[in-house]
Design a protein. Structure first.
Length: 449
């Protein structure tokens, strides 16, 4: 009798899990072209439907629409749409989250800047979780806030840093591959509230293996990642209640490749996602699969896109400011085509330096990275020409001499490499950016916040 009750309880939980799997419908009346409905009309309603999930087609996830933007980006005040979305949250008229997405290099990939920026926005406008993340422990030194990540078994990771690395790569810029039976990744919320929404991006392909999702230790049905041709298949789950952890386990009958995953809570608030890769330049965005990126940005338009590059470009002594400005402009315009109603802000590169000569001179023997001046000039020109918001990270670093002094201050704000900041430095930087963004009573112009 106890065993029967346990079985009934498990079937009930998994039935609710099945009811939460949201898939967009396929409109066969239009020749089988997938169509994304305004509401999740393709939601599954039983465990049997979940078990019959066949990811043989490419659809963007059926997720709630973002808050409406009052004006298209680039028209009038650069951040008007973003401020309008925040105003709806403050007035308690919003039912959906405001999404902020930052693309960048190691300053973004590290665990401190994005975490502090998220903390500040969520303290003021509502905390609903971390949003989308790289799959598993894909990045080195990965310590995301609000969750714990565990990875067991044999997994291989790749990222979009190099153009020659086989893709595809989605918005997170990473791909994780597992094939050995029992290989497992686990995402555990460290927030008392947990999560009631989970998203998983699966790369389905010929020969793709099976995997199992588990929630709080309760195993769900086995799903397959086999398809006639390689495609991205999103698996968005709206859950019947809040959970604390989710796991993906490989069954061992073929490779399972993941492009990303994430957790959050339904309702109004702010999501701040950081998608950074160590060593990245602005051109790394062209290494992402542009169709997948466009799907992501269209399915869930960010209220604000932050671009935080420049440090790795500045290493190039031969960097041409005009050529770099053209490259930066091309990436900005590509993003604007994909997300025409998203506000966009360019973060000016922080000061960074390298030691010159054996004997200290000037600023402790440190000089700016050779291409830094060209990068800064190009960034300001592009921000003004493209009507972007702009925040200069040099507001914190303050020039090479101050940068050197910050390596010896109390608290220490800059690491000894004179390129990266300490935890205190990144947190303070996020606070300065947040303060600038919140000064919205006036009318910021392009080229400033």
């Amino acid at each position: 009798m106890p065993r029967s009750r346990a079985g009934t309880s498990r079937r009930s939980l998994l039935g609710k899990l099945g009811a939460g799997l949201l898939l967009s419908g396929c409109d066969l009346a239009r020749g089988g072209v997938p169509a994304r409905a305004a509401e999740p009309s393709g939601a599954l309603h039983s465990l049997a439907e979940l078990e019959r999930w066949t990811p043989d087609w490419h659809l963007a996830p059926a997720v709630p629409e973002a808050l409406p933007m009052p004006a298209a980006a680039g028209a009038g005040e650069p951040l008007a749409g973003f401020y309008g979305a925040l105003a709806q949250l403050e007035a308690r008229r919003a039912t959906q989250p405001v999404l902020i997405v930052q693309f960048g290099d190691s300053h973004t990939a590290g665990p401190f800047f994005i975490a502090r920026l998220r903390e500040l926005f969520q303290a003021r406008y509502g905390a609903i979780g971390p949003g989308r993340l790289p799959p598993g422990q894909a990045p080195r030194f990965y310590r995301p806030a609000l969750v714990q990540v565990e990875q067991q078994g044999a997994w291989t990771a790749a990222n979009a840093l190099r153009a020659g690395t086989p893709g595809p790569f989605g918005i997170a810029g990473y791909r994780l591959r597992g094939s050995a039976a029992g290989s497992r990744i686990l995402l555990r919320s460290t927030e008392p509230e947990g999560f009631d929404r989970f998203s998983l991006d699966v790369l389905v392909q010929p020969g793709g293996g099976q995997f199992r999702l588990s929630l709080d230790g309760e195993a769900g049905p086995v799903l397959r990642s086999r398809a006639p041709e390689p495609r991205r298949a999103p698996v968005p789950l709206d859950l019947p209640r809040r959970f604390r952890e989710v796991a993906v386990e490989v069954m061992g009958d073929g490779p399972v490749e993941l492009l990303g995953w994430g957790v959050e809570r339904r309702g109004p608030g702010v999501l701040v996602e950081g998608h950074g890769i160590n060593g990245a330049t602005i051109d790394m965005l062209s290494n992402l699969d542009q169709a997948i990126l466009a799907d992501d940005l269209a399915a869930r338009p960010p209220a604000l896109i932050l671009l935080a590059y420049g440090t790795n470009e500045a290493v190039d002594a031969g960097l041409d400011a005009e050529a770099y400005a053209a490259q930066l402009t091309a990436r900005v315009r590509a993003l604007r085509r994909m997300a025409p109603r998203s506000a966009m802000l360019l973060i000016g590169a922080p000061d960074s330096a390298r030691r010159v000569g054996r004997h200290p001179r000037g600023c402790g023997g440190w000089a700016p990275l050779p291409g830094l001046a060209a990068v800064k000039l190009a960034q300001r020109r592009v921000a003004a020409a493209e009507r972007l918001g702009f925040w200069d990270w040099a507001e914190v670093t303050g020039g090479i001499c101050r940068l050197d002094a910050l390596t010896r201050g109390a608290p220490k704000m800059v690491q000894d490499d004179h390129v990266h900041m300490t935890a205190d430095g990144y947190r303070f930087s996020a606070e300065r950016l947040f303060d600038r963004l919140m000064r919205r009573q006036g009318t910021p112009l392009a080229g400033s916040v």
